[in-house]
Design a protein around this ligand. Structure first.
Ligand code: CTP
Ligand code: MG
Length: 233
């Protein structure tokens, strides 16, 4: 393998509701992180895996993952971007391709990891998996409170975006090592994905087809969906 996979797993999981760090929440009796790492390790290109764990859980995560796959565990940071930077610093020398993959996308098929890695290997410096947007998307702004309204003012529509040119973005996002390292070194404000940093550096970002199984477990409904999807992933 020629690929290192960075796994940001240090988030609190606030939108999932009470119950501890999201990566350690159970899906069919096993932590989401275990489901994620098992699928990453099944991808043939993967040489090294670096997990950014919640700061207080580094040893617990090492013990949890030792029977699953060889991994390096580092303490993550307050923002996802910081967690990725800390994991990037632990990548072994000589790795040419780095993938960044959310622990929260616990059911991502190994084939998607391979297709992103293959596109980087084929010469694309930055690669993201995407899906078409299913809902109509509107831009909104604060509205004025009507005389009969009570409570906070309702938002009003400013415009409708052309859905045909929009994509939902997943992980794993793949990069040439030097491209990701330079983008993180130059990063200012934290972004929610790594391709955003690379875009700001002027590097072209290439899209490959994503997978519905790479859905991000964010809200309680997603956990229920993920449990049902386990039968097909
Ligand atoms: N993440 C991280 N370090 C952070 C914040 C997020 O490593 N400081 C990771 C999460 O563990 C997750 C991925 O980034 O695997 C995507 O983030 P998200 O889905 O937002 O997870 P959380 O931040 O945990 O959830 P929430 O925003 O609801 O608190
Ligand atoms: Mg978050």
């Amino acid at each position: 393998g020629d690929v290192a996979v960075l796994v940001p797993a240090a988030g609190a999981g606030l939108r999932l509701g009470p119950g501890g760090p999201k990566a350690l929440r159970l899906l069919a009796g096993e932590p989401l992180l275990v489901h994620a790492i098992r699928r990453i390790a099944a991808a043939g290109s993967v040489r090294a895996i670096v997990v950014a764990a919640p700061a207080g859980e580094v040893e617990a995560v090492q013990e949890l993952l030792a029977p699953v796959a060889p991994v390096t565990v580092v303490a993550g940071g307050a923002e996802r971007q910081e967690s990725v930077s800390l994991a990037l610093a632990a990548v072994p020398a000589g790795v040419g391709i780095v993938l960044v993959h959310d622990a929260a996308r616990a059911l991502t098929p190994p084939q998607l990891i391979e297709s992103v890695a293959a596109a980087v290997r084929a010469g694309h410096p930055a690669v993201i998996p995407v899906l078409p947007v299913v809902d109509t998307i509107k831009e909104v702004g604060p509205g004025a409170a009507g005389p009969a309204d009570s409570g906070p003012p309702l938002e009003v529509v400013l415009g409708t975006v052309d859905r045909a040119v929009l994509r939902s973005v997943q992980t794993p996002q793949g990069f040439r090592y030097d491209v990701l390292a330079a983008a993180h070194a130059a990063a200012a404000d934290p972004l929610t994905d790594d391709a955003g940093l690379v875009e700001k550096a002027g590097v072209p970002v290439t899209c490959v087809p994503g997978s519905e199984l790479a859905m991000k477990i964010t809200r309680p409904l997603d956990l229920i969906l993920a449990e049902a999807l386990l039968h097909v992933s």
